[in-house]
Design a protein around this ligand. Structure first.
Ligand code: NAD
Length: 335
């Protein structure tokens, strides 16, 4: 089976090839590794490939899916847990089967989230920069201790649950909100009844809900006004959970005291590529980089050796199930 892999990075190529060797005995799966992102202009590159693999910043809207279907694609898998980039309804109508990787390593993202809290809360990044310049002055580096904080976890699915477990070791008060509370979290955190309640009472708020119409811009100007002054926001989920200009405004007013983001609403034109010699045209993004109390990473929370192995193995398993006409275990749930 010919499989077009869009948005290929070296680290992923290695893990996909290794998984195909181990799980597929190297037989039957023939990868075409493509560097470009999948979008309207590049969809033609998949012509003649029965299966297509994409990542978070590829575009799989109706127009692209129609082009893929016309080229003979019948199976599309995203090498990620989020699948908001795919028009699932259109894929269904076009007879393209969909798969994803629901849980390659929720702990990878959870640990990174804790890392962001500790780095920014203790100014570790700034301390590191100063020492490299032989500046050993500690002025401005005073941090806080997590045990003195109330941390709100919005979304307690796979990643949020791991965040709660890791946080519980720090002795902080943990509040949680989810439309479907789970018992594991109840042992370690107190669920609040509404999202607003979570927003009102925590010092640190970390987001782990998927991006959907109901969660688009959940952190907007009115939500920010409900929060404590100086609140610490972390977003390792999806960029569009934040109304970024509203957050920039709140940073300017010190309503938001700290911001750590691994994802950005307009990240598709920036992240995963080297733009160090380019002019950044996104003024909101450029403004974010000027704040001393903001950390931005480029969607790397997932990136561990274990996660890459699991993503590749789950994806190859889905390809094999499709090739053998078996039901796909990791089919994207119906909208
Ligand atoms: P999950 O499906 O296991 O959990 C999501 C939770 O959110 C569920 O418990 C669900 O009930 C809850 N939820 C959904 N809508 C809600 C709402 N409106 N209000 C409150 N709760 C709601 O997902 P997960 O594996 O924990 O992943 C969460 C998100 O993290 C993914 O959707 C993805 O966007 C993101 N992610 C980011 C990275 C990264 O590298 N930065 C990596 C993996 C996943």
């Amino acid at each position: 089976m010919k499989v077009a892999v869009f948005n290929t990075k070296r680290y992923e190529k290695r893990s996909l090839e290794a998984a195909a060797q181990t799980l597929g005995n190297g037989q039957g799966i023939e990868f075409t590794f493509l560097e470009p992102r999948l979008e309207t202009q590049t969809a033609v590159l998949a012509a003649g490939h029965e299966a297509v693999l994409i990542f978070v910043n590829d575009v799989a809207d109706r127009e692209v899916l129609e082009k893929l279907a016309a080229g003979g694609t019948r199976f599309l898998a995203t090498r990620s847990a989020g699948f908001n980039q795919i028009d699932c309804e259109a894929a269904n109508e076009l007879g393209i089967q969909l798969a994803y990787v629901p849980a390659y390593s929720p702990n990878a993202v959870a640990e990174f989230t804790i890392g962001l809290i500790l780095t920014l809360g203790r100014h570790i990044h700034e301390g590191h920069n100063r020492v490299r310049r032989a500046d050993f002055n500690l002025e401005g580096l005073c941090g806080f201790e997590l045990r003195d904080m109330t941390v709100g976890v919005c979304g307690t699915g796979r990643i949020g649950t791991n965040v709660v477990k890791l946080l519980s070791g720090f002795g902080c008060k943990i509040l949680a909100y989810d439309e479907e509370p789970n018992e594991e979290v109840m042992l370690l955190a107190s669920y609040v009844d509404t999202r607003d309640e979570l927003f009102r009472f925590c010092d640190i708020l970390t987001l782990h809900v998927p991006l959907m119409p109901s969660t688009f811009h959940i952190i907007d100007a009115p939500a920010l006004e409900m929060m404590k002054d100086g609140v610490f926001l972390i977003n390792t989920s999806r960029g569009a959970l934040l109304d970024t200009p509203a957050v920039v405004d709140a940073l300017k007013r010190r309503k938001v005291g700290f911001l750590a983001i691994d994802v950005y609403e307009e990240e598709s034109s920036l992240f995963f590529e080297d733009h160090s010699s380019d002019i950044i045209n996104d003024d909101t993004f450029a403004r974010l980089l000027t704040f001393p109390n903001v950390i931005v990473t480029g969607h790397q929370a997932f990136l561990t050796d274990r996660a890459l192995r699991n993503i590749a193995e789950t994806t190859v398993q889905s390809l094999r199930e499709f090739a053998e006409g078996r039901p796909c275990e990791n089919v994207i749930p119906a909208p």
